[in-house]
Design a protein around this ligand. Structure first.
Ligand code: ZN
Ligand code: ZN
Length: 182
């Protein structure tokens, strides 16, 4: 979460909406509050599912539109990683991500050292750089642990079921290994 409190962020939403002549609807406020409460970089569908529990009548399209508005107001950021659904982040300051290639978990990297990247001179491209994002890809602690548990299970004679039921690790280890570049 940015240094601003949740209440301050909601106040900022109200102020920005007023400035742009946008009504501060209950729906906009609810979607925004949902994102502020999450640290896991949810997808639009996850936010929709969560919002619908509070506002039963809200449509998927409305949630998508609200997300676009919030991104446009720079209240949240949209992060896109190749091959994955867009994710939404309440942290708008420059920060880097750790992306799990297996379960697609995205973690915020607290260390800021990696963000200090010298921007190249791209004037010859006619391009103007606004910002940059670094994502380090690999395996999260959960996936490493599950993989270890599965390997231990498959080594046990007759043991087919790992102790913790794994959602995404039911495919054979050999195949899984091939999917994950080292
Ligand atoms: Zn993972
Ligand atoms: Zn983030």
């Amino acid at each position: 979460m940015d240094r601003e409190s949740k209440q301050q962020r909601v106040k900022r939403l109200e102020r920005l909406c007023h400035e742009r002549g946008l009504p501060v609807t209950m729906q906009r406020r609810t979607v925004f509050e949902m994102i502020l409460d999450r640290e896991d970089h949810p997808t639009a569908d996850q936010i929709y599912d969560q919002t619908r529990k509070r506002i039963h009548t809200i449509s998927r399209t409305t949630v998508y539109r609200i997300l676009d508005t919030l991104v446009g107001l720079t209240l949240i950021t949209k992060i896109c990683h190749p091959g994955s659904a867009a994710r939404f982040d309440p942290r708008t300051h420059q920060h880097d991500h750790l992306v799990c290639l297996h379960c697609e978990t995205i973690l915020d990297l607290k260390e800021t050292r990696s963000s200090k990247v010298a921007w190249p001179d791209v004037s010859s491209y006619g391009f103007v750089i606004h910002d940059h994002h670094i994502h380090f890809r690999g395996l999260c602690a959960n996936c490493i642990e599950k993989r270890g548990a599965e390997e231990r299970t498959t080594q046990r004679p007759g043991g087919r079921h790992p102790r913790t039921p794994a959602r995404a690790t039911t495919r054979p280890i050999a195949k899984q290994k091939r999917r994950i570049p080292s």
